[in-house]
Design a protein around this ligand. Structure first.
Ligand code: GLU
Length: 508
């Protein structure tokens, strides 16, 4: 029987999750669910200096908002619901476990103690730089340095017994050609002579990322490691660690980077600041998140899924369920995926159009209240009609204000250009008469009002534009908006007539 698929998302809680991190989580999630497997959250917090308070909760909230259900992970929110038999899921809570694995490698001759102080290593680095060389801690230099390979066994014993600061380094074997396999990139050959002897265990008693990551993936029965391309350079070491322990490695897949909207390099926080778009799923300090910018989680999940993956068809809109059905690592791209902020808006637009109006009202009511619209003007039936008239042009619920403020407040300003073009010497006189026509219309329904105004126009031998343009200016403040008589009937007779009067005064 094939092993149950188990993947992990393994962020370090060093700050908010970048949208690229969410994409990594999503691909893991889709892959796991596609294969009926488990999606594990593991918090890689062995670097205590970079630990940021609140980051773990942020990560859990972000995954939850996107609709990714964590099968196993830390009990971040103190609920007993999460858990699983492979815990703890925070590496800091597993710290006592790693040392024995580092020692096992020392015993087997795959690792060694190194006593070099940071100052000495700095000195070597500078020395090399001055000669135009790069200092690498490997076969070039290791025998000239302070470690258990260069010292007599007794000296090593003494140093360890005296409690001297030390790290444990991986002993990279010389002259080997490693054949690395990646599901997305195929075979990669690496010459071990170019690798350095990475630190596995630090002097502070904590493992490094490399050791903890491999030990945990093994102990947690992880079958597929799906992570960002930035970890590809670590693959050679990880491959060797599995071999050194005598463990079967998982399948590896390194996802393409998410690139800036224009130019070279990967998408950064600065790109978001410059381009005015979020790079975080949820707000973090002063940076606005996708959620707070008014994106629907379905839209975010959908556009992220297509950053570096394609379904092999023209289909662009996918629910989470459809993504799970369609996803496969075979269609993940090797090359970087260009981030397109306009496309993210397009996605939100699509989801907005598909939402039931009722579902949009609570958010719209918040927008209205923020603009000082009183509760009595926020009645459900009225808002539903308004939203149905304007939503076609909106990308976000917040756009409803820009598209429909005139349903709630009388215009304070009138589009200058339009006024110059539309407002003629005889306009006011015509509008005064149109006001009377409207006042006499009963009931004040769109069709009746339209009929009456059009009658006035034809009876006086006028062109439609002559009245309709100025009338729209009075009511909306601009030449935009849906069918004018719908607007008139919605704001009501009194308000319509009042707005015409106000505009005549202001534009006289
Ligand atoms: N802790 C690493 C990170 O922050 C995990 C990399 C991996 O998935 O192996 O991205």
């Amino acid at each position: 029987m094939a092993k149950k698929v188990r993947v992990r998302f393994a962020p370090s809680p060093t700050g908010p999750l970048h949208i690229g991190g969410v994409r990594t989580a999503l691909f893991n999630y889709l892959f796991a669910k596609k294969h009926g497997g488990d999606f594990v959250l593991r918090i890689e917090d062995t670097d205590q200096n970079r630990y940021v308070e609140g980051a773990e909760a942020y990560i859990v909230d972000a995954l939850e908002w996107c609709g990714m259900v964590i099968d196993e992970g830390p009990n971040t929110k103190g609920s007993a619901a999460l858990g699983g038999s492979y815990g703890p899921y925070r590496q800091s809570e597993r710290r006592d476990l790693y040392r024995q694995y580092a020692l096992e490698l020392v015993e087997k001759g795959h690792a060694y103690y190194a006593f070099d102080t940071p100052e000495r290593l700095d000195h070597h680095r500078k020395n090399h730089e001055e000669k135009g060389k790069t200092f690498i801690y490997n076969w070039h230099n290791r025998l000239k340095l302070d470690n258990s390979l260069s010292m007599l066994p007794q000296e090593v014993e003494e140093r360890l017994a005296s409690g001297a600061d030390h790290v444990i380094r991986f002993l990279t074997p010389p002259d080997q050609k490693l054949q690395l396999e990646d599901s997305i990139r195929g075979s990669i050959e690496i010459d071990t002579n170019v690798l350095d002897d990475k630190v596995l265990f630090k002097s502070d008693g904590m493992p490094t990322y490399h050791l903890a990551n491999i030990v945990d993936d093994h102990l947690m029965d992880i079958t597929h490691v799906i992570r960002g391309e930035e970890w590809l350079p670590s693959l050679a070491l990880h491959h060797q660690l599995y071999a050194a322990f005598g463990w079967t490695p998982p399948t590896f897949a390194h996802l393409p980077l998410i690139m800036k909207p224009t130019g070279k390099g990967k998408l950064s926080k600065r790109d978001g600041e410059k381009g005015g778009f979020p790079v975080f799923p949820l707000s973090w300090k002063e940076s606005q998140g996708y959620r707070e910018a008014g994106y629907f989680p379905e839209a975010v999940v959908n556009f992220l899924a297509l950053l570096g993956w394609n379904p092999g068809t023209e289909q662009e809109l996918f629910s989470m369920e459809e993504l799970i059905g369609a996803f496969g690592l075979d269609r993940v791209h090797k090359g970087g995926a260009r981030f397109d902020p306009d496309k993210t808006k397009w996605y939100n637009h699509q989801y907005l159009q598909r939402k039931k109006t009722a579902a949009l009202l609570p958010a719209f009511q918040e927008v209205l209240s923020a603009h000082g619209v009183p509760a009595e003007k926020q009645e459900t039936a009225f808002l539903t009609t308004v939203v149905d008239l304007i939503k076609e042009r909106a990308n976000f619920v917040s756009d409803f204000w820009e598209l429909g403020h005139y349903f709630f407040v009388s215009p304070e300003a009138y589009n200058d250009k339009a006024v110059k073009k539309q407002w003629k010497p005889d306009t006011a006189e015509h509008l005064r008469k149109v006001s009377e026509v409207l006042r006499a219309t009963e009931p004040f329904a769109p069709e009746a009002a339209e009929r009456a105004v059009k009658e006035y126009i034809t009876d006086n031998g006028l062109s439609f534009g002559k009245i309709m343009g100025p009338l729209r200016l009075c009511v909306v403040g601009d030449l935009k908006g849906p069918h004018l008589f719908h607007i008139l009937s919605l704001i009501g007779k009194e308000e319509s007539v009042a707005r015409i009067g106000k505009a005549m005064e202001k534009l006289a």
